[in-house]
Structure formats: C-alpha cells, structure tokens
Write a protein that binds this ligand. Structure first.
Ligand SMILES: Cc1cc2nc3c(=O)[nH]c(=O)nc-3n(C[C@H](O)[C@H](O)[C@H](O)COP(=O)(O)OP(=O)(O)OC[C@H]3O[C@@H](n4cnc5c(N)ncnc54)[C@H](O)[C@@H]3O)c2cc1C
Length: 499
C-alpha cells in the first residue's frame, strides 16, 4: 500500500529502527531517522584496533529470513548487499570437568555427540528438538509475529493451533524443570538451560516455553555474515538509503509532541519537526520517561524485571587456538548460583560462564592479523544498579584469565596485544538502554511474554514502538520482527483513518 503524503520519523537507528524505516519507506512514506550517535546500528556496532576487528555487541546470527524478507519487499537483490554462510558447528562447549561438546547444527550429529560425551540417550535429544520445532512453529510463530495487544492482528494468527499445542508444563514450569525432565545427564541439562540467556533470562525462573529456542540453532541453523555482524547494519543502512530514507546523525530527539491524543512530531535541536507517524526505537522506559514525560507509565514498565547485562573484554590475541570455533562457551560449575548472583543479589559471581566469539575463525587474516585471533570475551552481568564496575571488571578479568589458562592449558595474559572493555554503564550511555540491559525486560516470569510493552501507543494515535524493549523482545531476530509487527499495525491504522 502506498502512503505518499505521509511523513514518518523514526527515533534511533538500532537494527529495529533501520528495519522500521525501510518498511515505512516501502509503504511509500517520507522517512527521517534521528540518531543520537554518529553511526547507525545501536548495540550492533563495530570497531577496529591495530588490525583486529570487533563486533561490539551481538555476535550470534540466526533466522536470516527476517532480513531476506526486507530485501524481497524492497525488490532488491540481497546478494548485492549481504552475504552469509551456514555454520556446521553452532557452538563448542567446555565444562569444568574437561568434558568438551561440539554442538553440530545437524540435529542427528549433535545427538550422537551428546550420547558419546555425556551418555545422554540420542533419542532424548532428538525428541526434545522435534518438540522445540513444534513449539516454535505452532506457538512461537503466532506470538512472535503478531501484536498481542490488537485483536485485528491476532485474528491473522493461527491461535487455534497455538492453543492446541500449549501444554501446562511449558507455561507453569521453569525451563530448567522441563530440561531436567527431558534429559538424564546434568551437562545436557546445563547446555539446554543456557538458551534462557538468549533473551537475558534465568533458566531457573523463565518458563519452559523457552525450550522453543534451540529449534533455531539445530533445526534452522547458525549463520556467519561475511565481514562480521556489522555487515547486517551496513546492508540495512544501504537499503534504507536506497529506499530514500534520510538520516540525521548526532541528533538526539528531545521530546515526542502530541495533541488531543494524536502524535504531531518530535523536538530536535529545540525545533519542532512535524510528522504523521512517529516510531520510537529508544528503550521504552526512557521513551516514556524523557520523550513523553510520563513518569507513572515509565514506573509501570519497571514492574517487570530487567534482563541481564554483560561485561565484554575485546582482546587481540597473538596466537591461534585450534580447539576454539566461532562460538565457544566455558560453563560455570555452579550455574544456578551464577543466576542467583545475576538476578537476586545483582552481584558478580567469581565462577562466571564465559562466552568467546572469534570471527577470525571464519575469516582468518581479515578479522585479525595472520596468525592471531580477535576474541570477544563476554560474561553475563547483573543490570546496573550502581555497582562498582571498576572493581567488578578487575575481578571478572582475573577470574576469566585463570579459568581459561586452566582449561586451554596456556598463559593468556601475555598473549593479549590489545584490549577494550564494555560494561553495563557504557551500554546504557551508548544506546540509552536502561540499566544496560541487553534485551529490555527479562522473561523471568510466566506472563513475561504477554507483559512486554505493545508496539503502539494506546493513548496517542500515530505513535509506535519497535526494538528490543517492546514486544516480541530483544535479540536481532525479535527486533526485526518488532519492526514488522509495527509496520503492519501502521498499515492497518492508515486504512482505518482513511475511512
Ligand atoms: C554485548 C551484547 C551482546 C549481545 N549479543 C546478542 C547476540 O549474540 N544475538 C542477538 O540476537 N542479540 C544480542 N544482543 C542484543 C541485541 O544487540 C539487541 O537486542 C539489539 O541490537 C537491540 O536493537 P534495537 O533495535 O532495540 O536498538 P538499540 O541497538 O538499542 O539501538 C537504539 C538506538 O536508538 C538510539 N537512541 C536512543 N535514544 C535516542 C534519542 N532520544 N534520539 C535519537 N536516537 C536515540 C541509540 O543511540 C541507538 O542507536 C547483544 C547485546 C549486547 C550489548
């Protein structure tokens, strides 16, 4: 549908902001994106240090269909913008007792590997992954692709199929409980518990429904975008420009203006800029607090627990490690205690699970100088409530290095040629994500999925929301889906307004 006379403003150029701008431009609107930073991408950004390339934020790429769809809607050839390849190995897992598991993206091979390394019955793994596919296809696809807050949107979804598939245990039991009843081996349980961290949640609290997540890796696949994750942003930015979207960088939006229940535009540089449609890609808490000056609504959002944050060490390593792959996880010995520290005590844990991403495994000599590796070393961290991050970072660094020395049988410290560190305070400063949370709110309650903020304002016509802090949630795939849901709501509303 074409909406030539309409003008849209998008606040923020995170992955959902870019996808929103593209979708509204394809609908025929004149679109301007205001971005406070001097670069697009928000949390998905990139930097280079002495020949080492680092993706600053997200590192795992699944569900490329969300991106393919944007190019097909735009009638552009994706290959002209973006190249990605499937990975044979989703992740390498290292346990404290020296057990190593290679998680192949081929479900059969992965089941055989788990049987070999842990004694887990192959059939248990296959059944779990089949069930994961059913949950994803019948329930996930309904709730993740539609607005839960508009009847017109839910009418388009196959609710009957979703209701038939929902079982008590996925709603009322934790992911950990579902996993302990599905597997006999503690290592397998821990490995599948880990999927709660996909959206910054606690597997001992988050509902069993999150067992739909492994479907993405083992049935659909893990992909590597050539040039690293930043190539997603480069491709979407180029596509947005091609579709006529205008970008104003270094331009924070100060306020959203509205009158008589209808959006009128935004204030930037103390000037009013008119628009018919405004989409905020800024964290919904800050959107309500600062852009709409609505303290009570902002407070209400905080009734839901924030997702976890992270501390990331970007290390240029003067050596290669054949035992590592693109994605690697060194598990904590006491996983449950780690999550208690993250969510209950809001403190660091001295035996954290360590994630290492090494893009030079896929592009050696490009992502890092020859014979060297670019390590993105991440530990989950509590959301920022004023902890002393300088002290925490020093403690994390010592604990990480000690454990990696032991498990990789080496001395890491002298191999670190360059270093930069990201912490929750910096995450908040750079992308206005309240408390430095990576995924907005967590899914640490049964109803979390239904309590996420809608993709539209119920009070102000013409105001919409897209991004990790609103429905359907954080992470690149869900952010892209939020832009899709938002743009469908806009299209429906425009039709209504015209009548
Ligand atoms: C360390 C880290 C690791 C992660 N790992 C993964 C992963 O492996 N896989 C995955 O899928 N996800 C991962 N995530 C989460 C993922 O990065 C986010 O869910 C996603 O990038 C959020 O995108 P968004 O569109 O919500 O916007 P954001 O990236 O939050 O961007 C919002 C944008 O709005 C701008 N903005 C804010 N306020 C204003 C204003 N007033 N005016 C103008 N502009 C404004 C900001 O500058 C920013 O550019 C990770 C995140 C981090 C930080």
């Amino acid at each position: 549908m074409m909406s030539h006379s309409l003008k849209a403003i998008v606040i923020g150029s995170g992955v959902a902001g870019l996808a929103s701008a593209i979708r509204l431009a394809i609908q025929g609107m004149e679109v301007i994106v205001f971005e406070k930073n001097d670069y697009p991408g928000g949390k998905l950004s990139h930097f280079e240090l002495q020949g080492y390339h680092f993706d600053a934020g997200p590192s795992l790429f699944t569900e490329p269909a969300n991106i393919e769809e944007l190019f097909s809607l735009a009638e552009e050839n994706i290959e002209d913008y973006f190249e990605y390849t499937p990975k044979e190995i989703a992740c390498k897992y290292f346990f404290d007792d020296s057990i190593k598991i290679t998680a192949y993206t081929d479900a059969e091979k992965f089941a055989a590997e788990l049987a070999d390394k842990t004694g887990e019955k192959e059939q248990n793994v296959k059944t779990y992954l089949q069930q994961s596919a059913v949950l994803y296809n019948n329930i996930g696809s309904v709730f993740l692709n539609h607005s839960l807050h508009k009847k017109s949107s839910l009418h388009k979804a196959n609710l009957g199929k979703a209701i038939k598939t929902i079982k008590w245990k996925y709603l009322f039991n934790s992911l950990h409980h579902v996993n302990t009843t599905s597997f006999s081996n503690a290592h397998t349980v821990q490995l599948f518990n880990r999927y709660a961290t996909y959206n910054g949640s606690n597997p001992y609290k988050a509902p069993g429904m999150l067992s739909l997540i492994p479907h993405l890796e083992y049935n659909e696949g893990v992909f590597y975008p050539r040039g690293g994750m930043i190539s997603i942003i480069n491709a979407l930015y180029k596509l947005a420009l091609k579709k006529g979207v205008r970008f104003e960088f270094n331009t924070p939006v100060q306020r959203i203006i509205h009158t008589e229940g209808k959006v009128c535009g935004v204030v930037v540089n103390n000037k009013n800029i008119k628009a018919d449609i405004v989409v905020s890609n800024m964290d919904i808490y800050f959107t309500q607090l600062y852009l709409l000056n609505n303290t009570s609504r902002a407070k209400k959002i905080l009734k839901q627990e924030r997702s976890s944050s992270a501390v990331v060490f970007y290390w240029g390593i003067n050596k290669t490690f054949p035992e590592l792959d693109l994605h690697n996880i060194f598990f904590s010995k006491e996983y449950k205690v780690e999550f208690e520290h993250l969510f209950k005590y809001k403190k660091i844990f001295d035996d954290p699970t360590i994630y290492i991403n090494v893009t030079s495994k896929c592009e050696p000599g490009v992502q890092a100088p020859h014979g060297k590796e670019n390590w993105f070393v991440m530990v989950n961290a509590p959301a920022n409530v004023g902890q002393d991050w300088e002290v925490y970072k020093r403690q994390y660094r010592v604990n990480i290095i000690n454990r990696l020395n032991r498990l990789l049988k080496t001395d890491i410290e002298p191999l670190i040629e360059v270093e930069q560190i990201l912490d929750p305070v910096l995450i908040e400063e750079r992308t206005s994500s309240y408390m430095g949370s990576l995924y907005g709110t967590s899914s640490n309650s049964r109803m979390a999925a239904f309590l996420r903020y809608p993709n539209f304002s119920k009070q102000i016509k013409g105001l919409y929301f897209a991004g990790g802090s609103v429905h359907p949630g954080g992470g690149i795939p869900l952010c892209l889906k939020s832009a899709k849901i938002m743009s469908e709501l806009v299209a429906d509303d425009i039709k209504k307004w015209k009548h």
